[in-house]
Write a protein that binds this ligand. Structure first.
Ligand SMILES: NC(=O)c1ccc[n+]([C@@H]2O[C@H](COP(=O)([O-])OP(=O)(O)OC[C@H]3O[C@@H](n4cnc5c(N)ncnc54)[C@H](OP(=O)(O)O)[C@@H]3O)[C@@H](O)[C@H]2O)c1
Length: 278
C-alpha cells in the first residue's frame, strides 16, 4: 500500500473501498470482510447511500479494531443548515457505531455549504471528526470555501481515464488538497476494459486492464475508492502495489481522455438545486 499525508498531518492509504449501491446487509458484511482480509484499511460511504447502518454492523462484527481502519462519510446538501448538519453527523456516528469519523465530506457544493462547513470545523475541534473534506467541488467553488474557513484535506471527484481533468488535479496539488477519484474504473462503462492501450499494458505488466486503470490514478498522486461486490475483484483492485507505470505508459494512457462524465456535472446549477431538495 502507498500512503499520502493530508494537509492536516493525517496519514491515509491511497486506495479504499467504495460502497455506493451496496445496500443489502449480507452483501455488505461479505464485502467488508473480504476487503479487510485483502488489506483494505479505508471504507467510503455516505448518508445518501443508505448503507451506513449495515456498514456499522459489519465493522463492529469484523475482526479489525477501530484504530486499524478509517471510515469516510458525507453530508448531503439538504442537511447543510447548521442544526440539520449536526443532526446528520450524530446520526452517522450512531449508524456507524463509532465515536469518531475519520473523514467527513460535504457531498456536493450547494446553498448553506458554509454553515455545514463551520459545523464540520467545530466537530473537528472536538476530535469527533478527524479530517474535513469535500466532494465535487470545482476550483471556483473551492475558492468560495477557502474564504469561509479551513482548507479541506481532499476533494473527491469523478475521475477516470475517460475524464482526466488535469487542470483540476493541478489546482488541487497546488493548494495541498488531495485529489480522490470516484468512479475510478468509469463504472466499467464504454467498454473501458477493452481499450487497446489498457490491454497492451496489462500484457506488459501481467496485470488486468482494471489494475492498470487503477494504477494510473496512483501514479499521478490520486487516491482511489473502487467499488465491487465480487470477492475476486475486491482482491484484484488492491493488488496494484507491486508494479509501476513509466512515463511512456502514462503518456499512452493520457490519450484515452475524452472529457466524458458518466454522472452529474458539479457546475450544473439545475442538478445542484435538485440535489438540495432530495
Ligand atoms: N462523491 C460522489 O458524489 C460519489 C459518486 C459516485 C461514487 N462515489 C464513491 O466512489 C466509489 C466508486 O465509484 P463507482 O462505484 O461509481 O464506480 P467504479 O468503482 O469506477 O466502478 C464500479 C463498477 O465496476 C465494476 N468493477 C469493480 N471492479 C472491477 C474489476 N476489477 N473488473 C471489472 N469490473 C469491476 C463493479 O461491478 P461489481 O460490483 O459487480 O464487481 C461496478 O459495476 C463509490 O462506490 C462511492 O463510494 C462517490
Amino acid at each position: 500500500m502507498k500512503y499520502y499525508t493530508l494537509n492536516d498531518g493525517i496519514k491515509i492509504p491511497s486506495l479504499g473501498l467504495g460502497t455506493y449501491r451496496i445496500e443489502d446487509e449480507k452483501t455488505i458484511d461479505e464485502v467488508i470482510n473480504t476487503a479487510f482480509e485483502a488489506g483494505y484499511e479505508y471504507i467510503d460511504t455516505a448518508k445518501f447511500y443508505n448503507n451506513e447502518e449495515y456498514i456499522g454492523k459489519a465493522l463492529k462484527n469484523s475482526s479489525k479494531n477501530r484504530s486499524n481502519y478509517m471510515i469516510a462519510t458525507k453530508i448531503w446538501p439538504s442537511d447543510f443548515e447548521a442544526d440539520k448538519a449536526k443532526y446528520a453527523i450524530e446520526d452517522s456516528l450512531k449508524n456507524l457505531q463509532t465515536d469518531y469519523i475519520d473523514v467527513l465530506h460535504l457531498h456536493w457544493y450547494g446553498k448553506d455549504f458554509d454553515k455545514a462547513w463551520k459545523v464540520f470545523m467545530d466537530y473537528k475541534g472536538q476530535g469527533i471528526i478527524k479530517s474535513i473534506a469535500v466532494c465535487n467541488f470545482m476550483p471556483n467553488q473551492l475558492g468560495e470555501l477557502l474564504e469561509v474557513g479551513e482548507r479541506p484535506v481532499m476533494d473527491q471527484l469523478e475521475s477516470h481515464l475517460f475524464l482526466q481533468d488535469p487542470e483540476t488535479k493541478q489546482f488541487l496539488d497546488e493548494n495541498g488538497i488531495l485529489h480522490q477519484g470516484w468512479s475510478p474504473l468509469a463504472r466499467g462503462k464504454d467498454n473501458i476494459f477493452e481499450e487497446k492501450v489498457l490491454e497492451t499494458l496489462a500484457e506488459k505488466y501481467k496485470k488486468t486492464p482494471a489494475q492498470i486503470a487503477l494504477r494510473w490514478h496512483i501514479e499521478r498522486g490520486s487516491m482511489v475508492i473502487p467499488k465491487s461486490v465480487h470477492p475476486d475483484r475486491i482482491r484484484e483492485n488492491i493488488d496494484i502495489f507491486d508494479f509501476s507505470l513509466d512515463e511512456s505508459d502514462m503518456h499512452a494512457l493520457a490519450s484515452l481522455d475524452k472529457k466524458k462524465r458518466f454522472s452529474n456535472d458539479p457546475l450544473d446549477e439545475e442538478w445542484l438545486e435538485k440535489a438540495r431538495k432530495m
